[in-house]
Design a protein around this ligand. Structure first.
Ligand code: ADP
Ligand code: FDM
Length: 212
């Protein structure tokens, strides 16, 4: 590779763990350090597929469970050309949720295995670092009520958390667990340090493929 590529950094975690807050701060601090960075989030509700997903999440439409799982995955694949272009240009991508949310949420539904859920996302660009913001349900509750979207109930979120824990047992992915109960600045300092070191490690390595 002639020029140094950017790193692919994903933030995952339970509802209200601080993913959106931290993604925004991380992009800012990369830019302040003179490194190009771009924020993305999944689902990306702006595309045609994303609009179908958004309507489903807002309970404005119903979709069969396998179908919506495949749409979430298609919503990632449609952004892959852009992701690769940016990474190859040297821009670091900071992503709010990725395939891990895809697997954790669908496999929290009855009769879905983790193996089946991973299938459509096999081969996506593999993150160089996945930061899991860990927060207890009690601490999350202190940050506000659940919203009104699909999946925003404590019993479903608890099953999702269990699935994330199963996914984190795999060592083919570079998971780092962050204590998200710390202050916003403390969490930021931790993830900034890990992200800058992931960038240094990734710069001369080709982009790998997830779960392959
Ligand atoms: P997520 O994207 O994981 O759902 P957000 O970043 O939207 O979480 O944060 C949820 C709420 O919690 C927001 O009101 C945010 O200001 C607040 N928050 C985020 N991080 C912290 C923190 N470390 N301590 C206290 N409150 C936080
Ligand atoms: N979600 C997110 C899924 O079910 N599958 C996926 O692949 C992804 C990326 O969609 F409930 C769920 C997780 C969450 C909702 O909410 C998206 P936010 O507030 O836009 O992150």
């Amino acid at each position: 590779m002639a020029c140094k590529r950017g790193a692919l950094i994903v933030l995952e975690g339970v509802d209200r763990a601080g993913k959106t807050t931290q993604c925004t701060k991380l992009v800012e601090s990369f830019r302040e350090a003179g490194r190009a960075a771009h924020l993305m989030r999944f689902p990306d509700r702006t595309t045609t597929i994303g609009k179908l997903i958004s309507s489903y999440l807002e309970n404005k439409s119903d979709l069969e469970d396998h179908t919506v799982h495949l749409l979430f995955s298609a919503n990632r694949w449609e952004l892959v050309p852009l992701m690769k272009k940016k990474l190859e240009e040297g821009t670091t991508l900071i992503i709010d949720r990725y395939a891990f949310s895809g697997v954790a949420f669908t496999s929290a539904k009855p009769d879905f295995s983790i193996e089946w859920c991973k299938g459509p996302d096999v081969g996506l660009p593999k993150p160089d670092l996945v930061l899991y913001l860990q927060l207890s349900p009690d601490a999350a509750a202190q940050r506000g009520e659940f919203g009104t979207e699909r999946y925003e109930t404590s019993s479903f979120q608890q099953r999702v958390e269990g699935r994330f824990e199963q996914l984190m047992d795999e060592n083919s992915v570079n998971w780092q667990v962050i204590d998200a109960s710390q202050s916003i600045d403390e969490v930021h300092d931790n993830i900034k340090r890990l992200s800058l070191s992931a960038l240094t490690a990734a710069e001369h390595r080709p982009i790998a493929e997830l779960w392959r």
